[in-house]
Design a binder for this molecule. Structure first.
Ligand SMILES: Nc1ncnc2c1ncn2[C@@H]1O[C@H](COP(=O)(O)OP(=O)(O)O)[C@@H](O)[C@H]1O
Ligand SMILES: [Mg+2]
Length: 241
């Protein structure tokens, strides 16, 4: 029996080219941070990840702290993904945690979220974004507690999870809170490529960390097109984020 037969099957990201860089996909049960500046496609990647699971009959939960449910679904429809059918079938569930309801939102993350995800039978979870979740806590110790509780709940559910986070505008290679990197099993950095004149000329990503995976460390260009994100895994190292 070969080693690959002993390893559990990988969870496809649904993004052409990215699975290749990941050595087949995400290790099941991983909690992966997707960080990048606004507009780099974090929300899009999260939706694409869940709809890929939904297409295979796997249940996914999108926990949104930014957009409300109608706006998020409208985002997904723009990419012509069968999002309404997935919601109807129950393979996609979108939950909105209103950051204005601070106390309730924190209580949920620190309380019964893990059990709830398990009850829903979620195989894939996206939390968009932990940056907003972090704003609910007043200090670093509160943020740490919330993040550990969130990662714990996702692991307890057995689902494979993507947490999105805004990158620090001054140091776009790290998340704004600088904490999520430590609770995650993996980190994917989305960023802008700049030309010699300093203008943004495109997008490129890099896998910074992925536990239990022999992954690529190169910077690869990607695009957000009419059917979602695709990564050019063949292009030689582009330099960038
Ligand atoms: N239907 C679409 N076709 C092509 N590109 C799109 C489409 N919708 C959004 N985009 C691109 O995706 C970007 C936003 O992606 P999003 O996932 O919201 O980013 P983030 O969550 O990182 O802020 C937009 O700025 C635009 O460039
Ligand atoms: Mg977003």
């Amino acid at each position: 029996m070969s080693v690959s037969e002993l390893l559990p099957a990988r969870v496809s990201s649904g993004v052409a080219g990215l699975d290749e860089l990941l050595g087949g996909g995400f290790p099941p049960g991983h909690v992966v941070l997707v960080t990048g500046l606004p507009g780099t496609g974090k929300t899009c990647l999260g939706l694409q990840f869940l709809l890929t699971g939904a297409a295979a009959g796997e249940k996914g939960v999108f926990l949104s702290l930014e957009e409300d449910v109608p706006r998020l679904l409208e985002n997904a429809r723009q990419f012509r993904w069968p999002v309404d059918a997935a919601v109807e079938k129950g393979t996609l569930k979108v939950l909105h945690l209103d950051p204005k309801e601070t106390r309730q939102s924190l209580a949920k993350v620190q309380g019964d979220l893990g059990r709830e995800l398990k009850q829903l039978g979620a195989r894939r979870v996206v939390v968009d974004s932990v940056s907003l979740l972090n704003m609910l806590s007043d200090d670093e110790s509160g943020r740490r507690t919330t993040l550990f509780a969130l990662a714990g709940a996702c692991r307890q559910s057995g689902a494979t999870t993507l947490l999105t986070a805004e990158a620090d505008p001054l140091h776009p290679e790290v998340s704004r809170d600088g904490l999520t990197e430590y609770v995650a099993d993996g980190v994917i950095l989305l960023g802008y490529r700049t030309g010699n004149d300093g203008h943004r000329v495109g997008l490129a990503l890099r896998i910074l960390k992925m536990r239990r995976t022999s992954h690529a460390r190169t910077v690869q260009p990607y695009a957000i097109g009419p059917t979602g994100i695709s990564v050019d895994a063949k292009a030689v190292d582009f330099g960038g984020p």
